[in-house]
Design a protein around this ligand. Structure first.
Ligand SMILES: O=C(O)CCC(=O)C(=O)O
Length: 241
């Protein structure tokens, strides 16, 4: 598995390829501004080998009972090892999620993600230390973006049930889309990266407290994309709280 920082990629523009769903802006838009803090992320372009990613994409597309809520531009699916409703937001933005049954593909990807978080691709880690201190992922939100017009606005995954000491990992299947990061309070700079088919983007522990992210609408035509966002869960009524 190749591990590279997304920032190591050369800015080479590329034409949109409708067959492979590649972004026309691959690697191009992110321009480093000296003095601007970089988002604490790690990008793994090939967490899932292509054949495996293809099969997982088709199975999730066809076998999951996706939940479509009115006014939400995405189809969604929520799983949690702790079978409790999860409520997010206030007022008109309030949303309640009922945990759905796990699907074997979600379980399989969770295992691969947890292995990556625990040990990475490094034999030294495997022998001596964990890559991330806490790595079990008990919650997964799936989003299905059916076309270029579907996106997800600026937000942080900072609700109190989501453990800030664990990373949050988004795994991408299908069309390439961009993710953007901005530091709280900074509306001038957004860091922009491409999320490829089979990739994982790890948002490091604590990041949700000071950074926001979004999936902007695409400016080119593209097919569907599925994301699986894995998180750590800590029940609010936990005796330790
Ligand atoms: O689609 C993605 O990669 C991001 C999803 C996300 O930000 C979320 O579920 O909170």
């Amino acid at each position: 598995m190749t591990q590279l920082s997304i920032r190591d990629l050369n800015p080479v523009g590329r034409k949109c390829d409708n067959k492979t769903n590649h972004s026309p802006h691959l690697y191009a838009p992110f321009v480093y501004c000296p003095g601007v803090e970089l988002a604490p992320i790690e990008y793994i372009p090939d967490l899932l080998p292509k054949d495996m990613a293809d099969e997982m994409y088709h199975r999730l597309m066809n076998e999951l009972d996706w939940v479509q809520v009115e006014d939400v531009p995405r189809a969604e699916y929520y799983v949690n090892d702790t079978p409790v409703e999860y409520v997010y937001g206030f007022g008109r933005g309030r949303r309640a999620y009922q945990p759905q049954p796990y699907h074997p593909v979600i379980e399989a990807i969770r295992g691969i993600v947890e292995d990556e978080l625990a040990w990475g691709d490094d034999d030294i880690n495997r022998k001596y230390q964990r890559k991330y201190f806490a790595y079990n992922m008990d919650v997964c939100f799936l989003n299905r973006y059916d076309d270029a017009r579907k996106g997800l606005g600026w937000h942080a995954d900072d609700s109190p049930e989501m453990d800030p000491l664990r990373p949050i990992v988004t795994v991408s299947l299908g069309a390439e889309r961009h993710i953007q990061f901005r530091k709280n309070g900074d509306k001038l700079h957004a860091e922009d990266h491409v999320l490829g088919h089979g990739s994982a983007c790890i948002m490091k522990p604590g990041m949700q407290l000071t950074w926001q992210h979004r999936i902007p609408k695409a400016s080119w035509e593209c097919g569907p994309r599925i994301s699986l966002t894995f998180r750590g869960y800590r029940p609010l009524n936990d005796d330790n709280d």
